[in-house]
Design a protein around this ligand. Structure first.
Ligand code: NAD
Length: 419
């Protein structure tokens, strides 16, 4: 493991810098706050050597970046993807710092990643890689230090292997070292749908603030994976008119509202949106520019960009994916008066239930789903209220208000520590 230094010599990732600069320009954050947030606490990297099934050894670059630990142990997923880089990991660790602070859970932010295409590995190779990641970083992670979780291409099975490897090295049980585990290894009830339930709660509060009625609110959702499908289900149950949904293969549309219950079950069986009866097939680009009340990107990053921002017709946007709106497009939407509920607020339900998992693990007391969901509702409602108050006080966008609320909390913790 290489320590890349407690303080980076590189400049902060582009997106974080743009957001911070924007806040500094309008004097909403001070030089002192910029200083705290511009550089991560600790960045470590390791080349993971993994024995392949054919006996050869391959090396996979990997990272763990702990951005800020003033508010508690750092928290953040581990991504397995060919495009993982130090910059991307740093950006995601920064956003995790803010996300944990927005929902006021006692964590700092971190992120990890391995440069690998996991679809090219056998299950055994994937397990050896996952265990190797923990062997490389076990010194810097732990239930009171830094708590990883799943991210793109990592899942409960991988978290189980990683927890097992950590416990072997430490020689003691330590389920709180990692979240997103399968329930039989201490995973929390309600985790699978937590991000979407949190998003539905935030959407309700936002829609109510706009003076809209759920039942007359048309919604288009990009992405029908874990987040998009559960969100569609929760919104449908709450009376919203989900008129369009998409996956990587394309989108479906029904102006009268798609029967999401039927689609959810059918999609689980065959993974094909287009098998649905009575809907029109449209393109993904068309979904993004539809004339709806709410557009909800819930797939991947960089979907609302310079290329399509002028064509966006939605009255508002709720970001369930991480980073779906580029900074330029965000500014353009702001100029046009199209409100955006930012990712660090809208999709924070997942990390909140990860926190509940950790609480259950370290207390050895396990909660039922109703308790998890009720507590999640309280956290999300408080977070929305706090961000909204900041927005009203500072007359800013919801994104700026969420950043400012988070930065206030990080700074307060730094100061209380006398740093
Ligand atoms: P997932 O892999 O389960 O689903 C992604 C979905 O997006 C799939 O339906 C896929 O077909 C679709 N998709 C991919 N590329 C697309 C494209 N170009 N156009 C349209 N659809 C496309 O992932 P997920 O867990 O649902 O995560 C979705 C987003 O939410 C990601 O940005 C993720 O970082 C973010 N997020 C997830 C969680 C969580 O708890 N899963 C928490 C916070 C944020």
């Amino acid at each position: 493991m290489n320590d890349l230094g407690n303080k980076s010599t590189e400049t902060i990732c582009e997106l974080c810098q743009i957001e911070l600069n924007r806040l500094a320009e309008v004097e909403l954050i001070t030089d002192e706050e910029m200083d705290i947030l511009e550089q991560p606490n600790r960045m470590v990297s390791a080349n993971l050597e993994v024995k392949m099934d054919d006996g050869s050894v391959r090396t996979f670059p990997s990272f763990r970046i702990q951005y800020n630990n003033a508010r508690g142990p750092t928290k953040g997923g581990i991504r397995f993807h060919p495009s993982v880089s130090q910059d991307e990991t740093e950006e995601l660790a920064f956003l995790m710092t803010l996300k944990c602070a927005v929902v006021n859970i006692p964590y700092g932010g971190a992120k990890g990643g391995v440069v690998v295409d996991p679809s090219q590995l056998s299950e055994q190779e994937l397990e050896r890689l996952s265990r190797e990641y923990i062997r490389a970083y076990h010194d810097v992670i732990g239930p009171k230090k830094d708590i990883p979780a799943p991210d793109i291409n990592t899942n409960g099975t991988i978290m189980g292997w990683m927890m097992d490897e950590y416990e072997r090295i430490e020689g003691e049980k330590s389920p709180g070292v990692i979240t997103g585990k399968p329930p039989k290894l201490g995973g929390s009830k309600g985790r699978t749908s937590a991000t979407s339930l949190g998003g539905a709660i935030i959407t309700d509060l936002f829609v109510d603030d706009q003076g809209w009625d759920n039942k007359n609110t048309d919604v288009a959702i990009q992405g029908f994976g874990n987040v998009g499908s559960w969100l569609a289900k929760f919104l449908h149950e709450r009376g919203y008119n989900v008129v369009a949904v998409s996956d990587v293969a394309g989108a479906i549309y029904d102006p009268n509202g798609i029967d999401i219950e039927a689609l959810f079950d059918q999609y689980e069986e065959n993974g094909d949106l287009f098998e649905m009866d009575g809907v029109d097939e449209i393109g993904n680009d068309e979904l993004l520019t539809m004339d709806v009340d709410l557009l909800i990107p819930a797939a991947i990053e960089d979907q609302i960009t310079e290329d399509n921002m002028e064509d966006i017709q939605a009255s508002a946007i709720v970001e369930m994916a991480n980073g779906p709106t580029t900074p330029t497009a965000d500014e353009h939407l702001r100029d046009r008066g199209i409100p955006v509920v930012p990712d660090i607020l809208a999709n924070a339900g997942g990390v909140t239930v990860s926190y509940f998992e950790w609480l259950q693990n370290i207390s050895y007391e396990y909660w039922n789903k109703e308790k998890v969901q009720k507590k999640l509702e309280n956290y999300m409602k408080d977070a929305y209220k706090n961000v909204k108050e900041k927005q009203n006080d500072e007359e800013t966008s919801l994104r700026e208000a969420a950043y400012l609320r988070a930065i206030d909390r990080v700074k307060a913790a730094e100061q209380a520590r006398g740093r």
